[in-house]
Design a protein around this ligand. Structure first.
Ligand code: SAM
Ligand code: SF4
Length: 367
């Protein structure tokens, strides 16, 4: 069945639900759209407006599709950007170019100490604040994070079976991750979504069960195609389960509507969303490998040590930490970002002979 994907529940919707209109942030710190903000446009006429901040390269899991079981070398603490440095870069992006979404990621962001403090620093910017996490520390952190300004969360969970979970993450924490999802819902984070990397022969047989789990719990499932960003370099194309296959399997049990579109107002979501015909929510697919959405990419990333990247698969980086720690002004930071965005490429070339893997793996970039 040729399933098209409906409009994504994205940032505009999240902002509307949170009671924010435009740049007026209703909490204690009023923020107005800076009159000087101008769109930041890359060489392929795409507007850049979404910032991914990695706060650490460390993790308490060792997912097979991301890291080896042993032997990862971590950055020394002094090399990480401080929360103040991260917030400064974010402020420059919001003030100068009207960035309107920031996602905190890693490594595992919740292993960095005092994470709520970062959200306290970002909240006055008045933009959508999201986080991607493996969820295992959410039972103790979700409430404090929500209170500090986190609005929504994606919890990564690829299986509902303890044995598969142990095999995939090399940890025995399924129950705590499930408790983490509950804690996020209880803390009022909305929406709570679940990221599911699908790998053929490992968890693809669970796609329908996971879809059912999402329908029951009011958790939006986002199935992600396995990308060649594992630290070990073991990725092969035959492990990738194409998104259309995932949707077909779900459709056979829970019929899906026919249309698809990843636009949500001005925003473009990586997850193309398809609604269930019975009105029971939606399911999303992130088809980075088989149907790349590079032509509508609006994001840039900063690694935990302050390297600015214009693409997950970028081969070049710009050292913003050096600019900041050498005493650079906001203008210097902005100039460095503008110059880098001026080199943003049209898109990655996974599957083509010209594709070159970046030297960093997913956890070192900030997925
Ligand atoms: N540790 C956090 C987590 O797992 O959610 C945040 C960082 S993790 C690198 C961000 C996202 O990247 C997760 O949803 C994870 O499943 C996904 N990911 C990691 N390696 C991947 C790969 N090789 N292909 C596709 N997605 C991957
Ligand atoms: Fe850690 Fe996330 Fe990578 Fe898993 S995917 S090893 S939880 S950084």
């Amino acid at each position: 069945m040729p399933i098209e994907v409906l409009a994504s529940a994205g940032r505009a919707e999240a902002n509307a639900k949170a009671g924010r209109s435009g740049w007026a942030y209703a909490e204690d710190v009023p923020v107005t759209r800076p009159s000087t903000a101008v769109p930041l446009i890359d060489p392929f006429a795409r507007r850049v407006r979404d910032l991914r901040l990695s706060v650490t390269d460390r993790c308490n899991f060792r997912c097979t599709y991301c890291m080896p079981g042993e032997g990862m070398e971590w950055l020394p603490r002094s090399e990480l950007l401080t929360y103040e440095e991260l917030a400064r870069i974010a402020r420059v992006c919001v003030e100068r170019w009207g960035f309107d979404g920031i996602r905190i990621t890693g490594g595992e962001p919740t292993v960095r100490a005092h994470l709520p403090r970062l959200f306290e620093l970002l909240r006055p910017l008045g933009v959508d604040l999201a986080m991607t996490t493996n969820g295992v520390r959410l039972p103790e952190l979700a409430h404090d994070l929500a209170a500090a300004g986190l609005q929504r969360v994606n919890v990564s969970l690829d299986t509902l079976h303890p044995e598969t979970f142990r095999a995939l993450t090399r940890r025995d924490e399924l129950d705590r991750v499930l408790a983490g999802i509950d804690a996020a819902l209880e803390a009022g984070l909305k929406p709570v979504k679940m990221n599911v990397v699908v790998i053929r022969g490992i968890n693809d047989h669970e796609v329908v069960d996971i879809a059912a789990f999402g329908r029951d719990r009011d958790v939006g499932i986002r199935f992600i195609e396995f990308m060649p960003l594992d630290a070990q370099g073991d990725w092969t194309m035959d492990q990738v389960v194409p998104s259309h296959e995932i949707l077909d399997r779900i459709h056979a049990v829970f019929p899906l509507e026919a249309d698809r579109d990843r636009h949500d107002g001005a925003h473009v979501e990586p997850a193309a969303r398809v609604r269930y015909q019975d009105g029971h929510g939606d399911v999303g697919v992130i088809a980075s490998v088989t149907e790349p959405f590079c032509e509508s990419c609006d994001r840039v990333r900063i690694t935990a040590e302050g390297k600015f990247r214009t693409c997950l698969f970028a081969l070049e980086e710009t050292d913003l930490r050096a600019t900041i720690r050498d005493g650079g002004t906001d203008d210097d930071v902005a100039a460095a970002i503008e110059a880098a965005v001026g080199t943003k490429w049209a898109g990655h070339r996974i599957g083509q002979v010209t594709f070159v893997r970046p030297s960093r793996s997913m956890s070192q970039i900030g997925g």
